[in-house]
Design a protein around this ligand. Structure first.
Ligand SMILES: [Fe+2]
Ligand SMILES: [Fe+2]
Length: 366
């Protein structure tokens, strides 16, 4: 963009016409200074800038405004980058030079699995990507500019937004863990049980093809599966011996109770937790509780948490029982494949057994 101080849009065309008139006048009147005026008119008609205005101070404000506009990307506090069609960086402003100093190619900040840049240019489409630079997080908006076969990248510092979001998620996580622990403490489970259940659930979610977002939500929600136990009387929950039929019925209400406690919320994590609470004792063959739901009518969150919870509970020592040997646990899962548990999820568990054991080792009970 060149320096402009024209008064109106077609001024340079008018100067060209004026140049022709002055040239003819200079020839016909044989006047040398008209010739110079003609020459100046021709020269200034080739660009949008009139030095005469500058000298006599006409339109100075407009001139300055145009100057700043032409330099605007340069002074923009956030990085602005321009990439050629092949991805090589073509231009960056001062902020870009400072903040993205190591970026030389589009593909270093362009999102993977997105469209090819040439598509972006041709369709004049927009693509966004989040990039971390040191402690800062930038949202970059890629825009195709078909006139110059380039990709323009505007960026915005969203570090504070990301931090606030993380803070909200972490607060939810803490509360949910604490609630999960309350439920588990009442049933004599340990604090690390909820952490391991969270990790197993996440692993099963990812390996069974749920999205990253769903897997994260389930990871936070699954530890709350037994929150309904806060509503079970001590006489049942802490009874040392075997429960009689009536007591067992009371015990089973913890699933529905947990669901009732959590179902009212619009928050995705609490919504997922409500589902987990309701469905974690349902069985694949329909013999579970509270509703006797079967097969994939049981929510995937419930089917996953069931496996995570049982795998961990069996492998952990409790005051009333010793930890089961791994062989015995695996035997049970083989037996219950398609009865208690979703057969596909059991297969996934066996395929990823090494990862399960790694989780078990990293969150050991002390
Ligand atoms: Fe339970
Ligand atoms: Fe549990």
């Amino acid at each position: 963009m060149t320096l402009k101080n024209n008064l109106f849009k077609h001024e340079k065309h008018l100067r060209f016409i004026a140049g022709i008139i002055f040239m003819f006048l200079a020839i016909f009147l044989d006047t040398w200074w008209l010739g110079i005026i003609a020459l100046i008119s021709f020269m200034t008609s080739s660009y949008n800038y009139c030095p005469t205005y500058e000298v006599i101070g006409i339109n100075q404000k407009e001139s300055k405004r145009n100057y700043y506009l032409s330099k605007f990307p340069l002074f923009n506090p956030e990085p602005v980058l321009l990439f050629k069609e092949d991805g090589v960086m073509d231009f960056t402003n001062n902020a870009g030079k400072k903040i993205f100093k190591d970026i030389k190619n589009l593909y270093e900040i362009y999102p993977k699995n997105s469209k090819e840049p040439y598509q972006l240019i041709k369709e004049d489409d927009s693509i966004f990507n989040q990039v971390k630079v040191g402690d800062l997080t930038y949202m970059i908006h890629f825009k195709g500019v078909s006139e110059i076969d380039s990709i323009l990248a505007f960026s915005f510092n969203i570090t504070d937004l990301v931090k606030i979001n993380e803070e909200i998620i972490n607060t939810q996580k803490d509360i949910v863990y604490k609630m999960g622990e309350i439920g588990e403490t009442r049933s004599k489970e340990t604090g690390n049980h909820v952490k391991r259940v969270a990790e197993y659930s996440y692993l099963l979610a990812i390996e069974s093809g749920l999205s990253q977002e769903e897997a994260n939500t389930l990871k936070i929600a699954s530890p709350m599966h037994d929150i309904g136990k806060v509503g079970i009387p001590d006489s049942v929950l802490k009874k040392p011996g075997k429960l009689n039929l009536e007591e067992w019925k009371i015990m089973q209400t913890h699933a529905q109770l947990g669901y009732e406690m959590l179902k009212g919320s619009d928050r995705p994590i609490l919504k997922a937790a409500a589902i987990v609470a309701k469905d974690h004792h349902e069985k694949w063959d329909g013999s579970g509780y509270p509703n006797g739901t079967s097969t994939d009518r049981i929510h995937i969150y419930g089917r996953i948490t069931a496996i995570a919870d049982v795998f961990d509970a069996l492998g952990s020592r409790r005051v009333y029982k010793e930890a089961w040997e791994l062989d015995k646990i695996l035997e049970l899962f083989k037996e219950e494949r398609g009865k208690h548990f979703d057969p596909k999820l059991v297969d996934i568990m066996f395929e990823n057994l090494d990862k399960f054991l790694k989780i078990r080792d990293s969150y050991q009970d002390v």
